[in-house]
Write a protein that binds this ligand. Structure first.
Ligand code: CA
Length: 136
């Protein structure tokens, strides 16, 4: 009986979690958060889907990721340097920062879910060279 009730609750919880577009990140604060970005506006051109990055933890420094090659995981990431025109965080609560220079320097643009279809509307088209992410 107890097992049956638990199973029903689990099934309900699973269906509720599956409904929203944004992932609830409250229970996975130590994990990567993800975003997709494209070389043209409105998910056009080439896209890098579900790029994962460790969010900045309270009291710790940035996890800065340069848009360069050098990792087998991201062999073509340099193609997006100074080329990103649309950007979409996949999880509500995460704030991604696009940086003008490598090493998370220069001008910045902060982007939250559901993202920005055209980065020229915030003065950051074809400008990002590195990325970081934190929680609100
Ligand atoms: Ca572009």
């Amino acid at each position: 009986m107890q097992f049956t009730i638990s199973s029903v609750i689990l099934a309900l919880a699973t269906s509720i979690v599956a409904l929203p577009a944004a992932v609830d990140i409250k229970e996975k604060r130590d994990d990567h958060t993800r975003a997709s970005f494209c070389t043209d506006a409105s998910r056009g051109g080439r896209c890098f889907n579900s790029f994962g990055l460790l969010p900045q933890q309270p009291g710790q420094g940035l996890h800065c990721w340069d848009l360069t090659d050098g990792s087998p995981t991201f062999p073509d990431l340099q193609d997006f340097q100074d080329s990103i025109s649309s950007f979409y965080p996949e999880e509500d609560g995460a704030v991604w920062t696009l940086w003008e220079n490598f090493g998370c320097g220069g001008a910045t643009a902060d982007i939250s879910f559901p993202g920005v279809d055209d980065l020229s509307t915030i003065g950051f088209n074809d400008k990002a060279s590195s990325l970081s992410v934190r929680f609100r």
